[in-house]
Design a protein around this ligand. Sequence first.
Ligand code: FES
Length: 84
Amino acid sequence: MYVCLCNPFTDNDVNRHLSTTVGKTSVKEVYAACSGGEKMNCGNCACDLKQMVDGHNNTKTISQISQDMEKAADQVTLPQHEHV
Ligand code: FES
């Protein structure tokens, strides 16, 4: 399905680009990558593109989740037992 008609590219093009993007990205960056460096014209595709980029930016990898859990575990203070 075409996402942008002004500088034609498809959802497959967007997904292919996002699958090789590490970390967060932006609509502007994805648009430039998928359109061959062209600037957005009418903007009718911006909403669909934003949803796809937001989906990518809000998805954490197993590795990221593991790192978040390790950071949280480091911040936990265990209670000290008193010896009587
Ligand atoms: S449809 Fe993408 S800029 Fe017009």
